[in-house]
Design a binder for this molecule. Structure first.
Ligand SMILES: Cc1cc2nc3c(=O)[nH]c(=O)nc-3n(C[C@H](O)[C@H](O)[C@H](O)COP(=O)(O)OP(=O)(O)OC[C@H]3O[C@@H](n4cnc5c(N)ncnc54)[C@H](O)[C@@H]3O)c2cc1C
Length: 394
C-alpha cells in the first residue's frame, strides 16, 4: 500500500486528503498536525461564517485577486476553479449563498459546516494531532519532535503561512521571506474621530504604484474596509520595508479630478443659496471634516465660493493625504505574503523540482490574495492539483 504523509491539517491539507481518499482509497494517508485541533483556522474564517470562495465577478485580471502567484493561479484555476469548489461542497450536501459582493458562504452561515464536511471526506486517514513535524528531509522522510524519522512514498506539505519555514531547511528550497498581508492602516490624524464613517473611493500610497478601489472605512485606529485591505495586500512587501510608515492618498469620490470638478460645480450651480454643510457629495461628518481641512466655513453659501475654493475642494476630494503610522489587525482574515518560491515547484503538479515525491499546497507557497474568499480558493485549487498528481503517480 502506498504511504502518503500530509503535513498540516488545515484547508489545503484536508482538501487534498479528502480528494485522495475518494480517488485512491487504497492509499494509506497520515496527516500530521502540530496543533490540538484539525481545521482550527477554517473554523474562524469569514468571522465564523467561512467565505469559502468568490465568483470572481468584477475581477479583471487574476493578478488583481492574487498579487503573489497570479501566473500559477491563472493556470490552476482552469483546472479547479470557484465553480468546482461550489460543486464539490454542494455534492456533499452543503447549501451555498452568493452575496452581492461576490463572496460565497455556506447557506447555514456556519464555518463549522465546512469543517465537518471536509473532515468527513478525510475519513479513513490517520490524523495525528499535537504532532509537529520538526523537519522535512530529502528522500521523502520526515523528522518528528520526538526525534523519530518516518519514510513515505509521497509527502504533501500544507503547513500554512507564518514566519517560520525552518522545518523546510533540509530541502534547501528558495523561500521568499514572509511578511504579513491583509491589515488595516493606522494613522494619528484626527480623522479617527469619524470612526464608523465609510465612502466608496480609491486609496493609494504616495510615491508608489499601489492603488485599490472600493469601500473605505474609517476606524478609531485609522483606515480599513475592502479598498484598504486590498492596498495592504498589493503593498505588503513595500510597507514592511518602510516599517509601516507611509502617506495614504484617499480619493474620496474614486473619480478623476475633472469629474470631481464637474460634480462640485453642479452642486454650486444648483444650490447657490444653500450652505456648504447642507449639500455635499460625501457623508456629512466626513464632508465637514474635509471643509475644516480646507479651512472653509461650513456656513458659507455655495453661491459665495469662488474658483480658488472650488479648486481647493476638488483637490481635497480626489487627493486627501494622511500619515500612515502603523499596521493594525483585520480580525476577520490575515495571511502571509511569501513562502516557498514558485520557481521551486512544477506548476501542473505542485511537486518539488529538486525533491520528486514532495508536494506543496496552500499558504506555505508564495501565493496569497486579497480578501473575499480568494485565499481559501487557492488552498482548494492547489490541494486538488496535488491530490490529482499524487493519485496518478503511485
Ligand atoms: C482569522 C482568519 C480568517 C480568515 N478568513 C478567510 C475567509 O473567510 N476566506 C478566505 O478565503 N480566507 C480566509 N482566511 C485565510 C485562509 O484561512 C488561509 O489562507 C487558509 O486557511 C490557508 O490554508 P492552509 O491549509 O494553507 O493553511 P492553514 O489553514 O493555516 O493550515 C496549516 C496547518 O498546518 C499546521 N502546521 C504548521 N506547521 C506544522 C508542522 N511543522 N507540523 C505539523 N503541522 C503543522 C498548522 O497548525 C495548521 O493547522 C482567513 C485567515 C484567518 C487567520
Amino acid at each position: 500500500m502506498g504511504k502518503v504523509a500530509i503535513i498540516g491539517c488545515g484547508a489545503a491539507g484536508v482538501f487534498c486528503g479528502a480528494n485522495l481518499r475518494s480517488s485512491r482509497p487504497d492509499l494509506g494517508i497520515t496527516v500530521f498536525e502540530a496543533g490540538k485541533k484539525p481545521l482550527a483556522k477554517v473554523a474562524l474564517t469569514g468571522g465564523g461564517r467561512c467565505n469559502l470562495t468568490n465568483s470572481f465577478e468584477g475581477i479583471t485580471s487574476v493578478r488583481q485577486a492574487y498579487p503573489r502567484g497570479d501566473r500559477l493561479m491563472k493556470r490552476a484555476l482552469k483546472e479547479f476553479g470557484p465553480e468546482d469548489t461550489c460543486r464539490w461542497f454542494r455534492e456533499r450536501g452543503v447549501g451555498l449563498v452568493l452575496q452581492d459582493d461576490h463572496r460565497w458562504f455556506p447557506a447555514s452561515q456556519d464555518a463549522m459546516e465546512i469543517v465537518h464536511t471536509l473532515f468527513d471526506g478525510l475519513k479513513g486517514a490517520a490524523i495525528r494531532t499535537s504532532s509537529k513535524v520538526r523537519s522535512v528531509l530529502p528522500e521523502r522522510r520526515i523528522l518528528l519532535e520526538d526525534g523519530s524519522v518516518e519514510s513515505f512514498d509521497r509527502i504533501v506539505v500544507t503547513a500554512g503561512g507564518g514566519r517560520d519555514f525552518s522545518f523546510l531547511a533540509p530541502l534547501d528550497l528558495e523561500i521568499v521571506p514572509p511578511v504579513p498581508s491583509l491589515f488595516t492602516l493606522g494613522t494619528d490624524s484626527p480623522v479617527r474621530t469619524l470612526a464608523g464613517t465609510s465612502a466608496e473611493g480609491t486609496v493609494s500610497l504616495a510615491g508608489t504604484p499601489f492603488k485599490a478601489s472600493g469601500d473605505i472605512l474609517i476606524t478609531d485606529w485609522g483606515f480599513s474596509g475592502p479598498a484598504v485591505l486590498a492596498l495592504s495586500s498589493y503593498a505588503a512587501r513595500h510597507l514592511a520595508s518602510t516599517g509601516y510608515r507611509s502617506t495614504l492618498i484617499v480619493n474620496w469620490l474614486g473619480c478623476t479630478e475633472e469629474d470631481a470638478r464637474e460634480k462640485i460645480l453642479e452642486i454650486k450651480e444648483s444650490n447657490p443659496s444653500k450652505k456648504l454643510s447642507s449639500v455635499h457629495p460625501l457623508p456629512s461628518r466626513l464632508w465637514e471634516f474635509l471643509l475644516e481641512k480646507c479651512r472653509q466655513n461650513p456656513d458659507m453659501r455655495w453661491g459665495q465660493i469662488g474658483q480658488v475654493t472650488v479648486n481647493r475642494l476638488v483637490s481635497r476630494l480626489v487627493s486627501d493625504d494622511y500619515p500612515v503610522t502603523g499596521k493594525g489587525r483585520f480580525k476577520e482574515e490575515f495571511v502571509t505574503c511569501g513562502g516557498v518560491d514558485l520557481g521551486e515547484i512544477n506548476p501542473g503538479t505542485m511537486e518539488s523540482k529538486k525533491h520528486p515525491g514532495i508536494y506543496f499546497a496552500g499558504e506555505v507557497l508564495d501565493i496569497d490574495a486579497i480578501t473575499g474568499g480568494f485565499n481559501l480558493q487557492a488552498a482548494w485549487t492547489t490541494g486538488w492539483l496535488v491530490a490529482r498528481a499524487v493519485a496518478s503517480s503511485i
